[in-house]
Design a protein around this ligand. Structure first.
Ligand SMILES: Cc1cc2nc3c(=O)[nH]c(=O)nc-3n(C[C@H](O)[C@H](O)[C@H](O)COP(=O)(O)O)c2cc1C
Length: 154
C-alpha cells in the first residue's frame, strides 16, 4: 500500500482549491488496495504524516516574493527529521501566485533538495484567480502521481 501525502497552506482559499482539486484527481485514480491519498493542512501536519508517506505534494502561495509562511514553517519543522529518517521521497510542488511564483518555487526547491527529496514533476505555478484549467491541471497531476506510485515509477 502506497501513500500520497498532500500538504497545503492557504489564506484566501486559492491554494486550498488547488489542493482539493489535486486530491480529487488523485482519489479517482487510487485503487483502494494499492494507494491511499491523505490531504492535510500544513499547520496540522508534521513528521509523523511524512514518515508514512511514499510521495509528497506541497501546495501553497507566493507571498511577498517568498514561499507562504505556513508552508515554510512546515518545511522548517520536517527538514531535520526528514534528513535523519534518511528517506528520499519524490515530491511535487503546486504554487498559487498573483503574477509570479518563481521566488516561492526557488525557495521550496532549495529546501526540498537539501533534505533531499527528488522532484517527481516540474513545479506547477497557477497564476491569478483559480480557473477550471488550474483545477484540471491539479487533478491530472494527482492522477499522474498516484499512477506513478502504483507502477513503482518513483
Ligand atoms: C501579502 C501578500 C503578498 C503577495 N505577494 C505575492 C508575490 O510576491 N508574488 C505573487 O505572484 N503573488 C503574490 N500574492 C498573491 C498570492 O500569491 C495569491 O493571491 C495566491 O492565490 C494566494 O493563495 P492563498 O490565499 O491560497 O494562500 C500575494 C498575496 C498576498 C496576500
Amino acid at each position: 500500500m502506497k501513500t500520497l501525502l498532500i500538504v497545503y497552506h492557504s489564506q484566501s482559499g486559492a491554494s486550498a482549491a488547488l489542493a482539493h482539486a489535486l486530491w480529487q484527481g488523485a482519489c479517482t485514480a487510487a485503487d483502494e488496495d494499492a494507494c491511499t491519498v491523505v490531504l492535510r493542512r500544513a499547520w496540522d501536519s508534521g513528521s509523523a504524516d511524512l514518515s508514512n508517506a511514499d510521495a509528497l505534494v506541497l501546495v501553497g502561495a507566493e507571498n511577498a516574493g517568498a514561499l507562504a509562511g505556513g508552508l515554510k514553517d512546515y518545511l522548517d519543522r520536517v527538514f531535520y527529521p526528514a534528513i535523519n529518517a534518511g528517506r528520499v521521497l519524490p515530491c511535487a510542488l503546486v504554487l498559487s501566485a498573483g503574477n509570479d511564483g518563481r521566488n516561492a518555487r526557488r525557495q521550496a526547491q532549495r529546501m526540498l533538495a537539501g533534505i533531499p527529496f527528488t522532484e517527481a514533476t516540474e513545479p506547477l505555478i497557477c497564476r491569478g484567480a483559480v480557473t477550471d484549467r488550474h483545477r484540471q491541471q491539479c487533478g491530472e497531476l494527482g492522477q499522474a502521481l498516484v499512477a506513478g506510485l502504483a507502477m513503482g515509477i518513483f
